[in-house]
Write a protein that binds this ligand. Structure first.
Ligand SMILES: Nc1nc2c(c(=O)[nH]1)N=C([C@H](O)[C@H](O)COP(=O)(O)OP(=O)(O)OP(=O)(O)O)CN2
Ligand SMILES: [Zn+2]
Length: 145
C-alpha cells in the first residue's frame, strides 16, 4: 500500500483521479558522465498518475484504475528498461533517466486515454526512483498528442 501526498495540478476539470502503484525494474544510463548510474542497477519505482476529465463512462469511471495500472506495470515490471523498444541509446531524449521514463509513462497513458470517448487527460506523472529522488512530469497544456 502506498500513502503519500503529491503535488497538486491546477485544472478546471470536474473529476480528478489519482492512481498509485510501483514496479521493479533495472536500468543504466549509457553515458560516461552518468558515473555509477552507467552500470546496470535496479529500483522499485513508485508511480502516481493524475488523470482528469469532465465525462464518466457507463461504469461511472473516468478511467478504470486497474487498466491504467496494468498498462504501465505490465510493460515495465521485472524488466530492464533499456531493453524496451521505446528507449534508444543513440538518442539522449530516449534514455531511461527518471525524467524520460516519467515522460514516456505520460505519453503511454495519454495514448490509451485517446482511445476512449470521454476526453480524459493525463495531467501529471510523479515518478520516484529512490527514497530521495523523484521527478514530476506535466505535459504542456493543450498537448494531448
Ligand atoms: N536528473 C537525474 N539525475 C540522476 C538520475 C536521473 O534519472 N535523473 N539517476 C541517477 C541514478 O540512476 C540513481 O538511480 C539515482 O541516484 P541518487 O539520487 O544519487 O540515488 P541515491 O539513493 O544514491 O541518493 P542519496 O541521496 O545519495 O542516498 C543519478 N542521477
Ligand atoms: Zn537508477
Amino acid at each position: 500500500m502506498i500513502y503519500q501526498t503529491y503535488p497538486s495540478v491546477p485544472h478546471s476539470f470536474v473529476y480528478e483521479l489519482n492512481k498509485d502503484f510501483s514496479f521493479a525494474a533495472a536500468h543504466y544510463i549509457p553515458r560516461e558522465k552518468a558515473g555509477v548510474c552507467s552500470q546496470l542497477h535496479g529500483h522499485t519505482y513508485v508511480v502516481n498518475l493524475t488523470i482528469a476529465g469532465d465525462e464518466l463512462d457507463d461504469c461511472g469511471f473516468l478511467v478504470n484504475f486497474k487498466t491504467i495500472k496494468k498498462l504501465v506495470h505490465d510493460r515495465f515490471d521485472h524488466t530492464v528498461l533499456n531493453e524496451d523498444e521505446w528507449f534508444d541509446h543513440h538518442e539522449s531524449a530516449r534514455l531511461p533517466s527518471t525524467e524520460i521514463v516519467a515522460r514516456m509513462i505520460g505519453e503511454l497513458v495519454q495514448d490509451y486515454l485517446n482511445t476512449l470517448p470521454n476526453g480524459a487527460r493525463c495531467l501529471q506523472v510523479f515518478l520516484r526512483e529512490t527514497p530521495s529522488s523523484y521527478v514530476v512530469y506535466k505535459p504542456k497544456q493543450g498537448d494531448s498528442r
